[in-house]
Design a protein around this ligand. Structure first.
Ligand SMILES: Nc1nc2c(ncn2[C@@H]2O[C@H](COP(=O)(O)OP(=O)(O)OP(=O)(O)O)[C@@H](O)[C@H]2O)c(=O)[nH]1
Length: 297
């Protein structure tokens, strides 16, 4: 009998949610960077193991909303935990719990939603004996189904998360083809790979005001080359200059790193063109947020 489980991954920004999604699915479908709020929308990753299909939804990190885009991102999180089989609640074990984290865990307890608490980044914890105390505290306050300490970067404990999630699957038909690993359109994945490099290479303020859209994506017949053209939208003219860099140096670095990720992902040679444009203050303009595909619906 086929089984499936719908699993939402939520938690504070930068806890490692996208990293865990990629590790669980075994493909790099979600952007990872050390900047908060890397993930802006819900990203679905799918893994079928034997007769069981696991459908994971990565969500934007919990944070204080600062503009209209932030509000949409937090709505995405709230909507994602309404109708799920299981919540993977991702925490950074090196940081204090925030009031938003507490509120979400208490809400799940009150509604009797099954939650697995993941204590990530244990590789950074100097005194590992502290873990036991943390686990006892979380168990007694929030009563989750289980608590699993892991390190995604060291691939330590990710298999335990998978086993635990499998044990929550219920009899049900599969909702996606078994070989599918994401429902993200290829154009969105391509744009996200460029945005990921911008987040990694630029200083804090600039990349958060950036949106990337893929304009075209075509495979050259009989040449095994994928031509991808993306537009990078900045909030200000001065940011455009920073993105392009001296004599185009920054844009070249970004494009070159993004091309490598794209070639790994699509397993074909990629010709990537990046254009930079300005859309003043787009993060506060509903129409633009919508046209960039960053709303909840
Ligand atoms: N040391 C260490 N770093 C980690 C671990 N897991 C993730 N990271 C790093 O933490 C940073 C944030 O990871 P992401 O996966 O982007 O985190 P996120 O929770 O999806 O972040 P948002 O999209 O901002 O909500 C990246 O620099 C990761 O490389 C871990 O187990 N150990």
């Amino acid at each position: 009998m086929p089984k499936s489980a719908f699993v939402t991954i939520a938690g504070r920004t930068n806890a490692g949610k996208s990293s865990l999604l990629n590790a669980l699915v075994g493909e790099k479908i979600a952007s990872v960077s050390n900047k908060p709020q890397t993930t802006r929308t819900r990203i679905t990753g799918i893994k079928t193991i034997g007769d069981t299909q696991l459908v994971f939804m990565d969500t934007p990190g919990l944070h204080k909303p600062k503009n209209k885009l932030s509000e949409h991102m937090l709505n995405t999180v709230t909507e994602s935990v309404v109708d799920i089989d299981l919540l993977l609640f991702m925490m950074d074990c090196t940081r204090q719990m925030t009031p938003q984290e507490e509120a979400m865990l208490l809400d799940c307890k009150r509604r009797k939603r099954p939650v697995i608490v993941i204590l990530n980044k244990i590789d950074l914890l100097e005194d590992k004996t502290r873990l036991a105390g943390m686990m006892v505290g979380i168990q007694s306050r929030f009563d989750p189904a289980s608590i699993i300490p892991i390190s995604v970067t060291e691939q330590d404990g990710v298999d335990l998360v998978e086993q635990e999630v499998l044990s929550h699957a219920k009899e049900s038909p599969h909702f996606f083809p078994d070989e599918m690993f994401t429902d993200q359109p290829e154009k969105v994945i391509a744009a996200e790979m460029v945005r990921e490099q911008l987040l990694r290479m630029l200083d804090d303020e600039v990349p958060h005001g950036i949106a990337v859209m893929t304009e075209s994506m075509t495979e050259r017949e009989e040449q095994d080359i994928l031509d991808i053209s993306v537009v990078i939208y900045c909030e200000r003219e001065s940011h455009k200059g920073i993105v392009i860099g001296k004599k185009g140096a920054m844009l070249k670095r970004v494009a070159s790193a993004a091309r490598t990720s794209l070639e790994d992902f699509f397993r074909i040679k990629v010709n990537l063109q990046c254009w930079v444009k300005v859309k003043e203050d787009w993060r506060n303009r509903e129409g633009l947020i919508r046209s960039f595909g960053l709303t909840e619906d």
